[in-house]
Write a protein that binds this ligand. Structure first.
Ligand SMILES: CC(C)(COP(=O)(O)OP(=O)(O)OC[C@H]1O[C@@H](n2cnc3c(N)ncnc32)[C@H](O)[C@@H]1OP(=O)(O)O)[C@@H](O)C(=O)NCCC(=O)NCCS
Length: 197
């Protein structure tokens, strides 16, 4: 299978949403219990990209005769950065990572390539986060000065899936550590899904 990585467009969002819905419904790797509406995935995409944060998709190159260029591409994974802990100016230099590969395309290098493409984009302060927060009333927004703040920290929050996860869930931590992340702590018994903490 060959695939390429490119910035996501609005046209990709329904497929991004479908990939996420699978994990919401069938796993504990996200703590949502019910699929979000498609409109909320569109809103997130617009909010995060308006903030200058990268949102990438992996698309496969399978082709059928007569397809247009857009139809030839299927989204098989995505990754993006989002503000850490909501919209707080002081957290501007810190962002949260989301990374999901389509359930039929895992363990083929897609996640690794998506992650390295995302990290490459922000290396050396290349991407500034146009952090903002509301001040006093909904119409008054305060923005980070100078076109935003360089990103210093990327946080990958993961659930420890002790039942279905590789090595009791520790496999995913190791997956991140192999790719340059370091564990910074564990929150115990903060989420409950599918009958377990
Ligand atoms: C975790 C995930 C992003 C990895 O991407 P991927 O494309 O499947 O992985 P890659 O092909 O790049 O990497 C392959 C390696 O990862 C391992 N791997 C794949 N999925 C894994 C998982 N869920 N947990 C632990 N290790 C995993 C493979 O065994 C392989 O290990 P090896 O190199 O020692 O042989 C992807 O499997 C995924 O989206 N999983 C479900 C959602 C999820 O957990 N996202 C992270 C939320 S924090």
């Amino acid at each position: 299978m060959s695939f390429q990585i490119r910035p996501a467009t609005e046209a990709d969002i329904p497929e991004v949403h479908a990939i996420n819905t699978h994990y919401v419904t069938n796993t504990v790797v996200t703590f949502l219990q019910n699929p979000a509406p498609l409109s909320s995935t569109f809103s997130k995409f617009r909010d995060f990209t308006d903030r200058g944060l990268p949102f990438l998709v992996a698309v496969d190159d399978a082709k059928s005769a007569g397809d247009t260029a857009q139809q030839q591409q299927t989204v098989i994974g995505y990754t993006y950065l989002s503000p850490f802990r909501g919209a707080m100016l002081s957290y501007g230099p810190t962002v949260e990572l989301s990374l999901f590969v389509h359930k039929d395309h895992t363990s083929r290098g897609v996640g690794s390539v998506l992650l390295s493409a995302l990290l490459e984009k922000i290396q050396g302060g290349k991407v500034k986060h146009l952090a903002r927060e509301h001040a006093g009333d909904p119409d008054h927004e305060v923005r980070a000065p100078d076109g935003g703040v360089p990103i210093r920290n990327v946080i990958a929050c993961m659930a420890l899936d002790t039942v279905d996860g590789k090595e009791g869930g520790e496999g995913l931590r190791k997956w991140y550590e192999k790719r340059g992340f370091a564990e910074r702590g564990r929150l115990k018994s903060v989420g409950y899904k599918k009958g377990r903490w």
